[in-house]
Design a binder for this molecule. Structure first.
Ligand code: ATP
Ligand code: MG
Length: 576
């Protein structure tokens, strides 16, 4: 296990003494900060927006900065209150009622945020969809959720499945012209602005559904994960203690609401803290990302290993041209954070990326590297206060430190999903092992209580009587200077040994060759163990990814073993 340590970056952070805070923490301490604790009137929009908008000292504070093609739009808390009331009035005018669903199928734009807040204000579930979904994927989600309406644009509207769409009351087109394909299309351009900017917020129960989000589908068909208004306690806690928000924090997460990170940390978490969130509407380019950090004076940045890898690919010269002096904290999520990424970012941005772990189902960060805690590179950190984590065997029994098992969490934190939409069985299956929420992720905890991700349960590789996670091998490959990305799968057992194959993309300046192939095999053997030998290496142009940029080993296995799972991601392989 990792022996290296990086000394805590900020001992003066909001959370200073992890152990003491963890031991004494109670969710009721956080809940006391919400107005509903006194008034009994619950709605996340009231706590995230109206509370500040109704305070003359805070209402003009910037809540949202939206940038696209160099144009910057800025919205205060008061603006967001008014805009979201207008959207709530618009939806109410179309007959939307609490419990109904609105799909938001758009590339990022400010209206998306107004509509989301409008829905929450009136108890309508919002469901943001990736604008890159395929026809079948949209159909699957529409059939499952039966929304009352879809908010989209003319281009995306053309890709909607006609038969399913007929059963939906309204297809709202955000700006003209109307595509003229469906009878239920409505052009709403200019309409919200004509609505009243007051709306009588619907008071809800803490467990009233807030949003429905389909998981990215890296293992099996997507699930409609439902989250409730009560999640706000988890959003606030983690924003303050994991991401180290202060009231004046300018925060950026480079993920859209269609990925849970964009919903929770791109909107609710910063607004519950009264902070400013930045949305960059343009697609990724390294220079634009650096410019966004510099131009908007981002203080806290929540990103992904996927983004960091693309920045590294753009080289050290580019990064050196920007000023990051306002940046004080970087956190990442989504997939294992290879130590090489940590060291590169430390060298070039003068800050340490702090890994965090969570999943759509948990609704908030559950394991984290806290700014006041030493980092062990390769570790996801420790459980967030209020969350109990454990490593269990296949029967749900806790395992001792340094033993790989499934990461499980004890239900009881407020942001945990409330259901899987229309699928009780699938919801129950999460808790089948002695009531723990089984995460589907394999991990190890060390003697100091740090957790290490080892891959997903179905990624595991049998080596003799031992089970190993692919990540262990990938981590070694990442240390090789030629390797840009690596994914390892098992092709079963041959002659009593696991037949392991690695898929590799090479860094700029390296060319795949038979020699490099041999060199990488030898490198893994020398750095890991002769028992865990890579039998095959394929150099490919790109590793298949989920829409949020996570490595999709399932797609590689499917293709390699000819498994009959329809997979939407094409893999272009260049065998050498
Ligand atoms: P599906 O459940 O449909 O397969 P998904 O699991 O990719 O989709 P998400 O909820 O977005 O959907 O992702 C959660 C998963 O992402 C975790 O279960 C874990 O496998 C991975 N993950 C998140 N953070 C980390 C991290 N810090 N290190 C390693 N893996 C991570
Ligand atoms: Mg998952």
């Amino acid at each position: 296990m990792i022996k290296a340590r990086i000394t805590a970056e900020n001992p003066e952070a909001n959370l200073r003494d992890y152990d003491r805070f963890y031991q004494s923490f109670s969710w009721s301490d956080i809940e006391k900060e919400f107005t509903w604790h006194e008034t009994g009137k619950i709605n996340i929009v009231h706590e995230a927006i109206d509370r500040w908008a109704e305070d003359p000292d805070k209402q003009h504070r910037t809540a949202l900065i939206y940038e696209k093609s160099g144009n910057v739009q800025t919205y205060s808390y008061l603006d967001l209150k008014e805009k979201s009331c207008q959207w709530a009035n618009l939806l109410a005018g179309y007959g939307f009622d609490s419990g109904e669903r609105l799909f938001i199928y758009l590339p990022s734009c400010p209206e998306m945020y107004f509509a989301i807040l409008g829905c929450a204000r009136m108890g309508v579930l919002f469901s943001p969809l990736f604008s890159t979904l395929t026809f079948d994927e949209i159909e699957e989600r529409l059939e499952n959720a039966r929304p009352r309406g879809i908010l989209t644009n003319s281009d995306l509207c053309e890709g909607l499945p006609p038969e399913t769409v007929k059963q939906i009351a309204h297809i709202f087109i955000i700006e003209g012209p109307l595509p003229g394909i469906f009878a239920n299309e409505e052009l709403i351009e200019g309409m919200p602005e004509k609505m009243q900017s007051q709306f009588s917020t619907r008071w809800v129960k803490s467990e009233t559904p807030l949003y429905l989000l389909y998981t990215s589908g890296s293992t099996g068909p997507p699930k409609g994960v439902v989250h409730a208004h009560r999640d706000m306690a988890g959003h606030l806690l983690t924003a303050r203690y994991v991401l180290d928000f202060r009231q004046d924090t300018i925060f950026w997460t480079d993920s859209e609401p269609s990925w849970v990170t964009g919903t929770v940390y791109g909107m609710f978490a910063p607004w519950l803290c009264g902070s400013t969130t930045v949305v960059q509407g343009d697609p990724f380019s390294a220079s634009n990302w650096y410019r966004t950090l510099e131009k908007h004076r981002i203080a806290v940045w929540y990103t992904t290993p996927f983004t960091l890898r693309r920045l590294i690919d753009a080289g050290e010269d580019l990064v050196s041209r920007y000023d990051f002096s306002q940046l004080r904290h970087i956190a990442v999520v989504g997939e294992a954070l290879a130590p090489e990424l940590i060291y590169w970012v430390r060298k070039n941005l003068k800050l340490t990326p702090h890994d965090t772990w969570w999943m759509t189902e948990t609704g908030m960060i559950c394991l984290a590297n806290f700014p006041s805690m030493d980092i062990k590179p390769g570790s996801m950190g420790k459980p967030v206060p209020g969350v109990e984590a454990v490593i269990v065997d296949e029967n749900g029994n806790p395992l001792p430190p340094m033993t790989m098992g499934q990461l499980a969490l004890k239900p009881g934190w407020p942001a945990m999903m409330t259901e899987i939409w229309l699928d009780r069985e699938r919801y129950r299956a999460y808790f089948k092992s002695k009531g723990w929420l089984l995460t589907g992720d394999m991990a190890v905890k060390d003697e100091d209580g740090y957790y290490y991700h080892q891959g997903r349960t179905d990624d595991l590789i049998k080596a003799g009587v031992k089970l190993i996670g692919p990540y262990e091998i990938e981590r070694v490959l990442y240390r090789h200077p030629a390797v840009n990305e690596a994914a390892v799968i098992s092709k079963g057992v041959r002659l009593g040994e696991p037949f392991l194959k690695a898929f590799i993309t090479v860094k700029k300046g390296y060319v795949p060759s038979a020699r490099l192939n041999q060199e990488l095999k030898a490198y893994v053997m020398a750095n890991l163990s002769s028992e865990i030998a890579l039998k095959e290496i394929a150099f490919i142009d790109g590793i298949p990814k989920t829409r949020s940029g996570k490595l999709l080993r399932r797609a590689l296995r499917t293709q390699e073993l000819g498994l009959p799972i329809g997979d939407p991601f094409n893999i272009k392989e260049d065998r050498k």
